[in-house]
Design a protein around this ligand. Sequence first.
Ligand SMILES: [Fe+2]
Ligand SMILES: [Fe+2]
Length: 347
Amino acid sequence: MEDKGTAEESISTRFAPVLGGVVRENQSFDSTETTAFTWDYTVQSEELRKLYERGKSAQWNASLDLDWSTDVDLEQDLFDPDPAIADEPWFKKLTKREQIHLVVELNTQSLSQFLHGEQGALIATSQLVGAVPTADAKLYAGTQVVDEARHVEVFERYVREKTNGAYDITENLFLLLKSIVEESRWDFKFLGMQLLVEGLALAAFIAMMDRCREPLLRKLLRLVLQDEARHVAYGVLSLRSFYNDMNEKDRLERQEFVFEATIHMRDRLFSTQAYERLGIDLESVKDFHSRSEHVRHFRKLMFANVVPNMKKIGLLDGFLEKKYDEIGILHLQDFDTAGLLQSYIEG
Ligand SMILES: [Fe+2]
Ligand SMILES: [Fe+2]
């Protein structure tokens, strides 16, 4: 379904992905946790404490700050179609009503993945409170746990009240979340959650805001985006300089993890569920996904936040630099996302 290069062939089976697969059953498993108590409560990172202050003062209440009484009828053409499908012959053949319906379902599918991803963030961040070594990082993680609970709340409520119902989590996304929460080393959790999953979520929220004219959802996404920008900053601040003195073998293990997670996040978007719900021929859609320039372009843009952050934390060299070059995203390393993000947050 995707341009398979040499880079992908070399990845290990850590995530054992099944493209297009979903996970329906509730999942329960044991994971080994590192828990660190510290008796040193002094400030070690002024920047983390500043972020903690921002985290506290930027709290919002999902039940009060969003107008849930807004009458939402998504079938009233409230989303522009993704440019990836708008020019497709099979899409143009659909009636206007069918097009609107498909676009609504594709967005509901994305919102459902946001919801499931937010649960992963809630669980992973709660683990971070125990795992991170410093008081600065523990206090900040505490604020992020509340943020993620709120994100689960708003996406669940929006999908339940305003759409035709949630979609299952894709197997790719679940396997990535599972590998993050099963990992005992705290820096892997940061790499997987704060830098990859949340970095990609920022790009996905922005892409959805660009195409959405529904005011409740636009405000919801803007509020979540504000929080997620802090979460990514938390990851960068926590890992910056952490890898400077690490031996090559351990650094390489991190780089391999990042690369595998990158591939799985890139492919996670593809889900057949919306098409199945609407009875659309899957073969033509799979074919379109494999050749669409728009899909490829979008997938690369999704990493405009991730690649520069890997550079900022000092992991973008050697193996990872080579692999990112092979899959065509290395050129994003100096992309400045801060201004763009700010314009969306200020709305
Ligand atoms: Fe979140
Ligand atoms: Fe987050």
